[in-house]
Design a protein around this ligand. Structure first.
Ligand SMILES: Nc1nc2c(ncn2[C@@H]2O[C@H](COP(=O)(O)OP(=O)(O)OP(=O)(O)O)[C@@H](O)[C@H]2O)c(=O)[nH]1
Length: 447
């Protein structure tokens, strides 16, 4: 995820400076907070939110425990981390589908926010959880909206309820509930009309749908790329409709982060899901703690582990882990590792989730999809002995391997260096995993 990159870099810069100092003075902390403030404002975080955030962090950071601790800089970072989590709502907010059947989710938002797509993503997610959802086409304004919903529904094998664009939308919504009851549907997802801007006519229509079906959830779909506008939109919808939560879309773009950081504080309504791409699987629950860790460059170990578990055969992963711990990790394992990493998605995104791996480390490791092909060729040109014990690879062996794989000696050297780096990184990963299992995740800044 490229979002938050510049905010993340700015904040890490501020903390690096702090860490360079032994004891901190009040002046050091105030100076750092000024820089954090500018970084947040530049990330388009709501002005009032920034002000409250800075006040709260400063007050805590100037407290005695911090100033007198042996690691004041790390304590300050820890406070920022905790306050960021609080800002985004502290805990993961799940869907609250109530007890009546069918449960009703009403989706609202401006045109182009990704509302229709989000309806499909949510239906897909619920279906995977064993539910039997129904999509309801209540956007009768945008000509292609009904068709778009039908196409989405067909893709994920979820029925779509429509009465065309001539019927009143509150009536359509009501009729869809009757249909759901007689068709074994347990969750109804209503796609509503959007507008380019908030207008009264739209709000009145939405209020009428709300009154007709009493939704369990009213989710506002907001585009993260629009920053403060998304926050203002959320406020307006919340005033009129009393929304229950937000789905923040397009977090895969280079959004500066303002919306994700401000929406909860401004509206008091949680972000429940984030959209991270155009495909139907590109939706994730929103975890404030993981997001805060990402922003502070502490990586996102939990997401990484979940992805790894989904992509790698667990038994193999366990074997691999044991090999690393017993230092028998060979180039053959390395190759296998790279091949399974390929299944996990773009490598740089995955590696960026590991704490302590920032851009500069990534540059050293330099693994791109293209590199993988070359690495494969080089490793396959080695003898079995060389793969198992790379230390025997001397100058003449390197020449032979380079020739055999159609690469250069420099490239063979690079690969061997990468192998060593990976070994180190995997060791680190194994440590993190161990800590997680022990229930105590050691964050890098506390080391
Ligand atoms: N990159 C990215 N694109 C997204 C995401 N969600 C939606 N989109 C794209 O955003 C565009 C608009 O999405 P729609 O779902 O058609 O928008 P909408 O809000 O339903 O629009 P109306 O029906 O007119 O209100 C489409 O091109 C989607 O593919 C996301 O999480 N990431």
């Amino acid at each position: 995820m490229m979002a938050f990159e510049s905010l993340s870099e700015r904040l890490q810069g501020v903390f690096k400076k702090l860490r360079g100092k032994g004891k901190l003075t009040e002046k050091d902390i105030k100076e750092a907070m000024r820089e954090v403030k500018v970084a947040l404002l530049e990330a388009d975080v709501n002005f009032k939110v920034v002000k409250d955030f800075i006040n709260s962090v400063t007050e805590k950071a100037l407290g005695q425990e911090v100033m007198e601790s042996l690691t004041p800089a790390q304590q300050v970072i820890k406070i920022v981390h905790e306050e960021l989590i609080k800002l985004m709502g502290s805990v993961e907010s799940r869907l609250n589908l109530g007890s009546k059947v069918p449960a009703v989710i009403m989706m609202v938002g401006l045109q182009g926010s990704g509302k229709t797509t989000a309806c499909g993503k949510l239906a897909n997610l619920l279906k995977k959880q064993g539910k039997n959802p129904l999509l309801v086409a209540c956007d009768t304004v945008r000509p292609a909206a009904i068709k778009q919903l039908q196409v989405l529904g067909a893709n994920i094998n979820v029925p779509v309820f429509t009465m065309g664009d001539k019927v009143d939308t509150a009536d359509i919504a009501k009729a869809s509930i009757d249909y759901a009851k007689s068709h074994n549907v347990d969750v109804v997802i209503i796609d509503t009309a959007g507008r380019l801007h908030i207008d009264d006519e739209l709000m009145e229509e939405l209020v009428r749908i709300k009154e007709a079906v009493h939704p369990d959830e009213i989710l506002l779909v907001a585009d993260a790329m629009t920053g403060q506008d998304a926050v203002n939109v959320a406020s307006s919808f919340n005033e009129r409709l009393d929304i229950t939560g937000v789905i923040l879309t397009k977090l895969d773009g280079d959004t500066r982060g303002g919306a994700a950081l401000s929406i909860k504080a401004v509206t008091q309504k949680p972000i429940k899901y984030v959209g991270i791409g155009e495909k139907l699987g590109d939706i994730e629950p929103f975890y404030p703690d993981r997001m805060a860790s990402r922003i502070l460059g502490m990586g996102d170990v939990l997401t990484l582990i979940e992805k790894a578990q989904a992509a790698i055969d667990e038994k193999k992963a366990l074997e691999m882990g044991q090999k690393i711990l017993s230092k028998q990790f060979t180039l053959e394992d390395f190759l296998e590792q790279l091949r399974s990493l390929k299944n996990m998605g773009p490598l740089d995104q995955l590696l960026a989730m590991i704490p302590g791996v920032n851009k500069s480390v990534l540059k050293n490791v330099e693994v791109s999809e293209k590199d993988l092909k070359r690495i494969e060729a080089i490793i396959l040109s080695m003898t079995k002995e060389e793969r198992q014990n790379p230390s025997i690879i001397n100058g003449s062996r390197k020449r032979r391997i380079a020739r055999g794989s159609g690469t250069t000696i420099q490239e063979v050297n690079n690969l061997l260096k990468q192998f060593e780096e990976t070994k180190k990184m995997m060791k680190r990963f194994a440590d993190i995993d161990k800590d997680l299992k022990r229930g105590k995740l050691r964050l890098p800044f506390l080391q």
